[in-house]
Design a protein around this ligand. Structure first.
Ligand SMILES: Nc1ncnc2c1ncn2[C@@H]1O[C@H](COP(=O)(O)OP(=O)(O)OP(=O)(O)O)[C@@H](O)[C@H]1O
Ligand SMILES: [Mg+2]
Length: 232
């Protein structure tokens, strides 16, 4: 089967105000549809940089990026913006919900921009299906202030899912949550793979990482198989 994502020999140097920093140096990664991958790694190892390359917010200096078998390493800004909104869903540590809107209206925001017009009933069905997928359809009419942190993050996941992306990229989605609430959120993310979504979860939490199909560690610019922690 053709992989959803195939990165080969990806390198990226970040140039800020200080001296340039070689963050990724010949990184390889393959993710299939329905697969979940956890990425661990020390702070500053380049995890967010990697997600921004995969999600087409930035581009590598060298290496090849195949998406569903198509070489998108050198595509222009317009095509990458299109792919980004059609094929990728993003979840971050902060939920970025609009506080004056209900859960359903927050999810609806993802359908407002870019994507073609949908008849009202279809929109409504899609929104409710996305909320249902993360187990919070009953909270559709609640505003964020009435939701717990874990529920708010699940609204954010529903918002990422409502466009039916092929890939879900989550950058420390449980960073602001306690472990137990985090587990619920990780389970909600993991459940999306049953429908064929590819999931890449960046996390500092080893237990959350262990719930994914595979665990990788980013170190010295490349990904390495992460060892399962031996129980004490
Ligand atoms: N514009 C820039 N110019 C130079 N260096 C940068 C720039 N942006 C980020 N960096 C550095 O690149 C490295 C990788 O950053 P990145 O955010 O990808 O790490 P991370 O693994 O996501 O870390 P964390 O776990 O803290 O989120 C860091 O050392 C960061 O300081
Ligand atoms: Mg980061």
């Amino acid at each position: 089967m053709t992989p959803l994502i195939q990165l080969t020999g990806i390198s990226k140097t970040l140039r800020g105000q200080g001296k340039p920093r070689s963050v990724l140096t010949g990184l390889d990664l393959t993710v299939h549809s329905g697969e979940s991958v956890a990425i661990l790694g020390r702070s500053g190892s380049g995890k967010s940089t990697l997600l921004s390359l995969i999600g087409l917010f930035d581009r590598p200096d060298s290496g090849q990026y195949l998406f569903c078998g198509n070489d998108i390493s050198r595509i222009g800004e317009r095509r990458s913006a299109r792919l980004r909104s059609d094929e990728f869903g993003f979840v971050f540590q902060r939920f970025f919900l609009l506080k004056h809107l209900t859960a359903a209206q927050n999810v609806a925001m993802a359908l407002v921009n870019g994507q073609g017009w949908l008849p009202r009933r279809k929109r409504r069905a899609r929104i409710m299906a996305a909320l249902d997928q993360v187990g919070i359809a009953h909270l559709a009419k609640h505003k964020p202030a009435r939701l717990s942190g874990g529920e708010q993050q699940r609204v954010a996941i529903a918002r990422a899912l409502v466009r039916e992306p092929r890939v879900l990229l989550a950058d420390e989605p449980t960073g602001a949550l306690d472990t137990e609430t985090g587990n619920l959120v990780v389970d909600a993310l993991q459940a999306t793979t049953a429908r064929g979504c590819g999931l890449i979860l960046v996390t500092h939490d080893h237990d959350h990482a262990a719930r994914m199909g595979s665990m990788l560690r980013l170190a010295e610019g490349a990904l390495h198989r992460a060892e399962a922690r031996v129980p004490a």
